[in-house]
Design a protein around this ligand. Structure first.
Ligand code: EPU
Length: 338
């Protein structure tokens, strides 16, 4: 097992921030992970697992072992008339898997097309977009448990999925290294989710009356690419903050002061659009040196080239302060700050 020293992580985070990892190892199989787990470097601290680094902001060098999870493979576990259960290696690219599913006519994740990141990172964050969340199709995952030194299988109930949240970000942070994720997909009679955002509008414009899962994925890709920057072109990590949820009384207060405030019913109250709040504070399109707030989606912070994580974090904090000042709301970071 090759453990390298002082490796630059610039190409391993979509913000493109330059920091170094004290130790670095890439794994491509579960056996390699098991071998790595026997090493002193692994056992001497808490390793940091990276997929494609698309939801992380490095603010300093990483004085830990960084494990690049590149475990690949896609296999059908079980099929019935309506459902196909598919296992994906944690290091597979999420969007490539969405396209693989569409090619095989497996439905369920077409609304999650073009989300950056890997399969293994998807449950950590319970990724979601356009009315669908990862948890809706989740069956189980396999992971290395650092506490018991063994592989375990975790099911949906074990993972406590919430809005951009799971045990992997909260109570079991750093405990598991995910190696495989199993999804339940539809093999026929796909249940399409067309009601979020502009999906219906895009399909109508294309004169598509009976959309396939491929049409839905394409509509989502059209919408996403019109407002979200491609990390290969412009460093970013998608939405920087979560959309805040407020209670009904707070919402009524805000609504009377700002009648056009976008809002969505949500389990714990009313969900607001962080992008709108940030835009109202005048940040949309703001740029200071290499750090900026994207001009087509204020919820996305961008690195125009050469920004440090500390400077991007400083901008994020200034945005938080102004939203707090203007609306009395505390925005919570969605990306992992390290
Ligand atoms: N809005 C503004 N100004 C902006 C941005 C948004 O007024 O600069 C308004 C929009 O007009 C709309 C509302 O805010 O009324 C919501 O905007 P949008 O539909 O673009 O979605 P979002 O709430 O900003 C969330 C997810 C995205 C996901 C989209 C689509 C979070 C934190 N973000 O963004 O996920 O793609 O919905 O489902 O929940 C991510 O997690 O990295 C991510 C990109």
């Amino acid at each position: 097992m090759l453990i390298e020293r002082d490796i630059s992580l610039q190409q391993f985070n979509t913000f493109g921030v330059e920091v170094k990892a004290k130790w670095f190892a890439a794994i491509t199989t579960e056996e390699e992970l098991q071998a790595l787990a026997q090493t002193d470097v692994f056992q001497s601290g808490v390793p940091l697992v990276l997929g494609s680094g698309s939801n992380i902001l490095f603010t300093q060098d990483v004085e830990r072992l960084v494990i690049l999870n590149s475990i690949k493979g896609i296999r059908v576990v079980e099929t019935s008339l309506d459902v196909v259960r598919v296992a994906f290696g944690a290091g597979e690219n999420w969007h490539d898997c969405v396209m693989h599913c569409i090619k095989h006519n497996w439905g369920g994740i077409e609304n999650l097309a073009l989300i950056p990141g890997t399969i293994g990172a998807a449950p950590v964050q319970n990724i979601g977009a356009y009315g669908v969340e990862k948890k809706d199709v989740f069956h189980s995952l396999k992971a290395w448990d650092r506490m018991t030194h063994a592989f375990v299988t975790l099911f949906s109930d074990d993972c406590t999925f919430g809005y951009r949240s799971s045990i992997f970000k909260t109570t079991a942070k750093d405990r598991y290294i995910i190696t495989e994720v199993v999804l339940n997909l539809s093999a026929s009679s796909h249940a399409l989710h067309l009601d979020y955002g502009a999906i219906r509008e895009v399909l109508k414009k294309k004169e598509i009356q009976e959309p396939t899962i491929r049409d839905v994925a394409q509509a989502v890709m059209d919408i996403r690419s019109s407002k979200l920057p491609d990390p290969k072109v412009l460093g970013n990590a998608g939405s920087f903050f979560k959309n805040p949820t407020v209670d009904q009384a707070t919402f009524e207060r805000l609504k009377s002061a700002h009648p056009d405030i976008p809002s969505y019913p949500s389990a714990g109250g009313v969900k607001l659009a962080a992008g709108w709040l940030i835009e109202q504070c005048g940040w949309k399109g703001f740029r200071e040196g290499p750090c900026g707030c994207y001009d087509k989606q204020a919820l996305v912070l961008v690195n125009y080239g050469g920004a440090t994580g500390a400077k991007l974090l400083e901008l994020a904090q200034r945005i938080q302060q102004s939203v707090q000042h203007r609306f009395g709301l505390q925005l919570e970071a969605e990306v992992n700050l390290l």
